[in-house]
Design a protein around this ligand. Structure first.
Ligand code: FAD
Length: 511
């Protein structure tokens, strides 16, 4: 379809809606983004507490090293130069500490350096480690879109035996030392890994992405949402925030219009949903989809959630700025069970970062700590909403916050004394803020035991309604833009956007 004179109505202004909208704007479509929250961005959104900026759901980026997929995608979109991004240290992209044993690993950037470092720490495993790294890169090569290759760019082609093997079993094929096997899974909070279920290819894509180089936004992730919104509005589109879609009118398998809370109606040639499919169902008439499809959407398991703690340090506090994420696990043996909730031992582990600012010096002014937590931990307050939680919930939340600080003290002794203020969010916050079922960190979970249930096509039975965003294919800073390409190419032609991205990148590099 040619975009000239065509209108797109985008339901949801998260990363998925905005990248999809930006690609379409470049194709000549007029894109109208409808966002429920007062500020666009979803997971990219930042918020202020006592005048201090905090990020909600985008702390660590991969794919921004020159030549990597997001470097190319945002070059094509024309905003790479506008984004303030700081790469993590080349000699340490992540530190991983196992508390009781006191082991800390400082993992360097790049396949060779990463492998050499671990081979030195686990010499008896060097050969298996080498084969594991080869196998992991080979798995990533099976996903053409990850490398922005046009041919076969979908997940449904024939894959190797390992592609859909559980990630923990994939690692165990090569690594016999349980400590190394566990260490190699340290990134699983970045993909909500579950033993026996998370497919090896997800493990491979996330590891390859970050081992090649990771980055952080300087002064927060809102800048990306705003830059994407500029692409849409500069092409004649518009952004309408603070006005949730409340109703999608469907007749004869076509969306006729959408309505928002303020009573406005929007009509387009195509409608794209960036919201959680279970939330989408609540906006559609029941007859829009077959019962079997509705049931399927409702039954797909969601990824686990997070209990997050946000800290502002006192002026003059000497808490070091650390230019990479720090993963902490209380002891060995839990890497695949970090999300299991037990009130007495919470949290079993976490990832913390000191987000950089444009005037970043030696000392950090803030810290964010994300602890995996299942929705079941807060299910007893499921019928409360933000701003109207019950007193016992607030007591529980404060208690969990203190537990997180207790564990944090193990890697940062004395940190409490340097805190100016701190506060926490729970899976309920994430659920209400994004409109995501069960506050799922990454939307639907991918389960190699049931891939048919874990991946949705971008097209729906409602012929002018398409899907985008983290629930459809892949999540996060890399997965959502790749999914956006699939959604856009289903409109403008298979392979056409990838081709343009590569052509633009090659053109710029020739200059
Ligand atoms: C705590 C946390 C930490 C994370 N950290 C990282 C990280 O470090 N790196 C990384 O790569 N990924 C991270 N993620 C994941 C990442 O944030 C998501 O994968 C990504 O932002 C999803 O984008 P999306 O557009 O699919 O969904 P969303 O960002 O959820 O966007 C959906 C949008 O739809 C809006 N919406 C919902 N209902 C309606 C309605 N009825 N009408 C209109 N609008 C509606 C929502 O308000 C939202 O803006 C994190 C997520 C969380 C929760």
């Amino acid at each position: 379809m040619n975009g000239i004179g065509k209108n797109i109505i985008m339901i949801g202004g998260g990363l998925g809606g905005l990248v999809t909208g930006a690609f379409l704007a470049k194709e000549g479509f007029r894109v109208t983004v409808l966002e429920k929250n007062p500020i666009i961005g979803g997971g990219l959104q930042c918020f202020y507490r006592h005048g201090v900026i905090f990020e909600t759901g985008m702390h660590i980026l991969g794919g921004f090293m020159p030549g990597d997929n997001l470097h190319k995608i945002f070059t094509y979109l024309g905003i790479l130069d506008k984004l303030h991004i700081r790469h993590t240290d080349s000699n340490c992209i992540d530190s991983v500490t196992f508390g009781v044993e006191g082991d800390t690993y400082l993992l360097p950037r790049g396949r060779e350096a990463f492998e050499n470092y671990l081979a030195q720490r686990f010499p008896a495993q060097a050969e298996g480690l080498h084969r594991y790294m080869d196998a992991m890169w080979a798995l990533s090569e099976e996903v053409d879109l990850f490398y922005l290759r046009t041919d076969e760019s979908n997940m449904l082609r024939e894959h190797s035996r390992e592609f859909l093997m559980p990630a923990d079993e994939f690692i165990a094929q090569y690594i016999t030392d349980p400590n190394l096997a566990e260490l190699l899974a340290y990134m699983n909070p970045m993909y909500a890994g579950v033993a026996g279920h998370t497919p090896a290819f997800i493990h491979a894509l996330i590891n390859v992405l970050y081992i090649n180089g990771s980055s952080m936004f300087v002064d927060g992730s809102q800048q990306m949402a705003d830059a994407l919104a500029d692409i849409i509005t500069s092409a004649g589109g518009s952004i309408h925030a603070n006005d949730p879609v409340t109703d999608i009118v469907v007749e004869e398998h076509l969306v006729r219009q959408v309505q928002t809370r303020s009573g406005k109606t929007y009509v387009g040639d195509l409608y794209i949903s960036d919201i959680h499919p279970c939330t989408l169902l609540t906006l559609l008439p029941e007859k829009a989809f077959l019962k079997s499809y509705r049931n399927r959407l409702q039954e797909i398991p969601n990824s686990y959630s997070s209990f997050s703690v946000y800290i502002k340090f006192k002026e003059g506090a000497h808490q070091p700025f650390v230019n990479h994420p720090c993963y902490f696990q209380e002891k060995h043996g839990y890497v695949w069970q970090l999300y299991e909730y037990d009130e007495a031992s919470f949290p079993r582990g976490f990832m913390c970062i000191t987000p950089p600012t444009h005037h970043q010096g030696k000392w950090a002014d803030r810290m964010t700590i994300n602890c995996p937590m299942p929705f079941s931990a807060v299910a007893r307050w499921a019928d409360t909403v933000t701003g109207h939680r019950t007193p016992d919930y607030k007591v529980w939340k404060e208690c969990m916050l203190q537990r997180v600080l207790d564990k944090l003290e193990k890697i940062r002794p004395g940190i409490r004394a340097d805190i100016d203020f701190c506060f926490a969010s729970s899976p309920l916050t994430i659920r209400d803020f994004y409109g995501t079922k069960e506050g799922a960190l990454y939307g639907y979970n991918r389960d190699c035991k049931n891939m048919a249930l874990s991946q949705l096509p971008v097209a729906t039975k409602v012929r002018n309604l398409l899907l985008t965003g983290q629930n459809i294919n892949l999540h996060g800073i890399c997965g959502v833009p790749l999914t956006a390409i699939e959604t856009v190419e289903s409109i403008v032609g298979r392979g056409s956007i990838v081709k343009k991205i590569n052509e633009e990148y090659d053109r710029r590099n020739e200059i």
